[in-house]
Design a protein. Structure first.
Length: 377
């Protein structure tokens, strides 16, 4: 098959889907897919039996969720504009406002749907400042001290998105306790509560039983429908980016040039500065490279083909030497990579391949020069 291409594999996605189903069955909490993380709708038929619907961050995502996924469609945006709010309302069952000013501005135009407000509990988790939604001066959500006393009479629910790749169940419990402390007066007046995304509850070793019990307790105490918004948790380990080695250069370190790019096809690698998982290889920290090379192991820097000097996936020690023309597979690229891909340098866009549970693979989408040309017009 012609590289580069993304390969979505149902058999690899199924583990996360089954864990999402387990949580709903044992807690009553519903999960809606966060489209900001994964919007590749060829997978929606497979995901639909496990998820209640979708949640969005824009009008276009709301439309996609409504048209291609179905079920519940939750609409959220940091800011809606006058010319899109009516269409958002038409697409959604729930419309969530980021601020009190946005709520006041558009609440009458959202009377026919369930209206919600994003809250900022000032407690959360992120390993990166860039994705810390509760940082100082955050523009995301309304803090407890700003809420009017009668807000519970005007809204049906609230959303709190405060985590990014949080694997710590104890930390999540601490957050929920703090939410109850700050907003306990409001919760009994609501019908639903979303705890947002960023909770890595589908990862191996996460205490699903305890997690489900805590969600069930929260729902029962306040008579709420609890929602989760798994993005990465829905698609973790499900998708690969397969590339080919076009050249091998050595200016002090053997470097593989592959037919994809970091900025173009795995942008988060560049933004958050990590080495993506690569089949048959182990990433090295900067301080480990010289020792690995000295040991005689096959060490290569893996780089993209764009002109960006920093187009580097990472430096890895391989199980075997790598040959020109060999294919490599980055094994966990579903979240935030496919939705951020771009045409920088005009290099070939990876096609999208889809593998079902029977092992049958089909090409869902191929991209051509015309896609690059027409994208910019």
């Amino acid at each position: 098959m012609t590289t580069p291409y993304y390969l979505i594999d149902e058999s690899r996605m199924q583990k996360a889907m089954e864990r999402i189903r387990y949580v709903e069955q044992h807690s009553g909490a519903k999960s809606v897919l966060a489209l900001k993380c994964f919007s590749t709708w060829c997978a929606f038929d497979f995901m639909r039996p496990y998820l209640a619907g979708t949640t969005s961050s824009s009008l276009y995502e709301a439309r996609l969720g409504n048209e291609k996924f179905g079920g519940e469609t939750h609409g959220y945006s940091v800011a809606y504009s006058d010319d899109e709010i009516d269409e958002v309302v038409r697409c959604c069952d729930k419309v969530i406002f980021n601020s009190l000013s946005q709520f006041e501005r558009f609440k009458d135009r959202a009377q026919l749907v369930s209206r919600g407000l994003r809250l900022n509990p000032r407690i959360g988790y992120s390993g990166y400042q860039l994705s810390n939604t509760v940082c100082q001066y955050s523009r995301l959500g309304v803090t407890a001290d700003k809420l009017p006393a009668d807000i519970g009479e005007q809204i049906d629910g609230v959303m709190l998105h405060m985590n990014c790749e949080n694997h710590d169940f104890t930390d999540l419990c601490r957050q929920i306790n703090e939410i109850e402390r700050q907003f306990g007066w409001l919760l009994p007046q609501l019908s639903w509560l979303s705890l947002g995304g960023g909770v890595a509850f589908t990862s191996d070793g996460y205490p699903l039983h305890e997690f489900s019990n805590r969600l069930a307790e929260l729902a029962e105490k306040y008579r709420l429908q609890v929602y989760l918004e798994p993005g990465e948790a829905s698609v973790t380990q499900s998708t690969s980016l397969v590339v080919s080695v076009l050249d091998i250069v050595d200016n002090g370190l053997p470097t593989l040039i592959v037919d994809a790019g970091v900025e173009t096809h795995l942008l988060d690698v560049l933004v958050y500065r990590f080495a993506p998982a690569l089949a048959g290889a182990t990433p090295l920290e900067d301080g480990e490279v010289e020792d690995a090379v000295a040991s005689g192991k096959p060490v290569y820097r893996v780089s993209g083909r764009t002109c960006l000097a920093g187009d580097v996936f990472g430096t890895y020690v391989f199980e075997q030497p790598v040959a020109l023309g060999q294919t490599l597979s980055f094994t966990d690229v579903a979240s935030y990579s496919m939705v951020k891909k771009n045409f920088f340098n005009g290099i070939r866009m990876p096609s999208i391949h889809y593998k079902n549970l029977n092992g049958e693979t089909r090409i869902v989408r191929e991209f051509a020069y015309e896609d690059f040309r027409d994208f910019l017009s």
